[in-house]
Design a binder for this molecule. Structure first.
Ligand SMILES: [Zn+2]
Length: 326
């Protein structure tokens, strides 16, 4: 019989109490993942049936592969099926550890750290972390941001190109006007962030993102970058501009402090934890930071649960990353 899993998962305290053991013991890790994914009602990932049983070994313990059997479709399954860790050979205890670290460290955790701390190859760690970042990618939201909404862009990325640094007398430009990759972020004050790695920053591309993500009744706040000058016209709440050039950071209720805090966190992560991030993978890291930002009001344990639950159903859409760069 099909039942919808409406049961809540574990509480924050329960998650935090169980996760240390789940990071060192494979059975504990499997049962931990099962609880986070299914709550109290395990369901067959093939057909959704909840008439399922654990396969037990002769010793009365769980089968070595942690199999379940479904009475509905007669197939076997494990907690890995239909998730980002489906065809991974990496033990679930390492997945637990990586999920925990990725959810509880403000600046994220790098594949290099995971590789060292869990004694797995860098390549495996990179693969694992990219999958966790993919799990953390939030689905497209129908609801738009509203109220006071701050927008800004920043530039993230590698070192300037070789020939640029070689020519003496040419000042290395930072930010706007460099070869770095532009990232646009829109933040609802006291709410969520939406981010986008941009190919090009123009009035049109910025406007398109704003209209796509923000209710027209909102009030827009930006700095005085010329491209933003007329961009607030569609918004009924008006457009408040702060003039950074004259060191004005707030004008009445208008400011861009929230979106700047998000970028500060992102940059501390990109340069402090990951050291550098290739353009190709940048969106993954940004998704990770957006996930943590949007889940900042819930506790670490609940954030772990949210991330693991988000791993569900992502198996098929996932393309393997090329593991040359981090
Ligand atoms: Zn089934």
């Amino acid at each position: 019989m099909k039942k919808k899993n409406t049961k809540p998962g574990q509480t924050d305290n329960e998650v935090l109490k169980e996760i240390p053991l789940a990071c060192i013991d494979e059975t504990a890790a499997t049962e931990f993942m099962e609880k986070q994914r299914w709550g109290e009602i395990p369901a067959c990932p093939h057909c959704g049936d909840t008439d399922v049983v654990k396969v037990m070994g002769e010793d009365g313990k769980r089968n070595k592969r942690y199999l379940w059997r479904c009475h509905g479709c007669k197939k076997q399954f494990t907690v890995r099926i239909g998730t980002v860790f489906e065809d991974s050979r990496i033990p679930l205890r390492i997945w637990c550890y990586a999920f925990w670290k990725a959810c509880s460290s403000k600046k994220g955790i790098s594949a290099l750290q995971i590789s060292r701390e869990c004694s797995i190859t860098y390549k495996s760690a990179l693969f694992l972390m990219h999958r966790i970042r993919y799990a953390m990618t939030e689905p497209k939201q129908k609801e738009k941001l509203q109220g006071t909404v701050e927008a800004d862009e920043t530039y993230v990325g590698g070192k300037p190109r070789h020939h640029q640094t070689k020519i003496e007398g040419i000042k290395r430009s930072i930010g706007r006007g460099t070869k770095k990759t532009p990232v646009f972020a829109i933040v609802e004050r006291n709410g969520n962030v939406r981010t986008k790695v941009m190919k090009k920053i123009t009035v049109e591309t910025l406007k398109e993102e704003l209209i796509k993500n923000v209710e027209l009744s909102s009030r827009l706040n930006t700095d005085d970058f010329p491209l933003y000058r007329n961009i607030g016209k569609p918004f009924d709440g008006g457009h408040g501009i702060v003039n950074h050039k004259i060191k004005e950071y707030t004008r009445g209720e208008d400011n861009t402090n929230t979106v700047e805090s998000f970028f500060a966190l992102l940059k501390r992560g990109v340069y402090g934890t990951f050291h550098s991030v290739s353009k190709k993978h940048l969106h993954r890291y940004i998704n990770e930071f957006a996930f943590r930002w949007n889940a900042r009001k819930i506790d670490d344990g609940m954030r772990v649960q949210k991330a693991i639950r988000s791993a569900d159903g992502k198996r098929l859409m996932y393309k393997e990353p090329i593991s040359k760069t981090a």
